[in-house]
Design a protein around this ligand. Structure first.
Ligand code: 3SL
Length: 241
């Protein structure tokens, strides 16, 4: 198994495809998706376009759907939810499908949706993702950070490093053995440096700071935890996890 880390969807090669592609948006889209599925949500359906989300979700029974929309960190007017995982309680999401569109996270998932296996990962479900990779042993794995509007993000890279670091720990392999590119090595180094203070790292991140300005400290705290949800958001059909 070789892991290739890409800091943003734009940096993924257009002439190759991996056996398994993992989208990461720790703050907060993939953390929200994992939370919804762990809380009994029926599925998560991902859209980059808000109008398309409205059109498709309109055909779904109202009591069986939830619409989540985020732009620039804030909730989109007219949607039931923004993108806070803390709003996704079992009472609210149980048995319902989440139709979601966010600034960067859903774009990353869309970019990789044609891979044979597509997964959404965050720090909170890292162990479930690692377990899957160790069991299935895909030859090539892309871990794609969502970043922020095309730029690098600390929180997605540290999550890529957390996944890679855990694979190293569970096998006799070295970082050199599993890293497919230099970004994978640097992601492992970032995680090794910050593994005991992930909340601190998220507070250094530019999107972490943006969310703090929007009064979302509890979201940062929640999303900085590792391995708290045993859930694997895996694509069942195009755009549906
Ligand atoms: O960019 C995204 O996809 C979001 O996760 C951003 S936010 O954390 O909801 O602001």
């Amino acid at each position: 198994m070789k892991l290739f880390v890409y800091h943003t969807p734009e940096l993924t090669p257009t002439d190759q495809a991996p056996e398994c592609a993992i989208a990461v948006d720790v703050l907060r889209a993939t953390s929200t998706m994992a939370t919804v599925l762990a809380a009994g949500g029926e599925a998560v359906q991902v859209f980059s376009d808000l109008d398309q989300l409205m059109e498709v979700s309109e055909k779904w029974p109202p009591l069986q759907r939830l619409r989540a929309g985020e732009r620039g960190g804030a909730k989109v007017a007219g949607f039931e939810l923004g993108n806070s995982p803390l709003d996704c309680t079992p009472e609210l999401v149980q048995g319902r499908r989440l139709f979601i569109s966010t600034t960067n996270g859903t774009r990353a998932l869309k970019r990789i949706q044609d891979a044979p296996t597509v997964i959404a990962a965050a720090l909170i479900n890292r162990a479930a993702v690692v377990k899957f990779l160790l069991e299935k042993q895909p030859e090539t794995v892309w871990i794609v950070g969502s970043g922020w509007e095309g730029s690098f993000s600390l929180e997605d890279t540290v999550c890529a490093g957390a996944i890679a670091h855990s694979i190293v720990q569970h096998t006799q392999l070295s970082p050199d053995d599993i890293a497919g590119n230099d970004e994978a090595i640097s992601a492992i180094a970032l995680y090794s440096q910050w593994q005991d203070n992930l909340l601190g790292l998220l507070q250094h991140a530019s999107h972490g700071k943006r969310l703090l300005r929007l009064d979302c400290y509890e979201d940062l705290k929640y999303c900085s935890q590792t391995d708290i949800l045993d859930v694997l958001p895996i694509q069942q059909e195009l755009g549906v996890l």
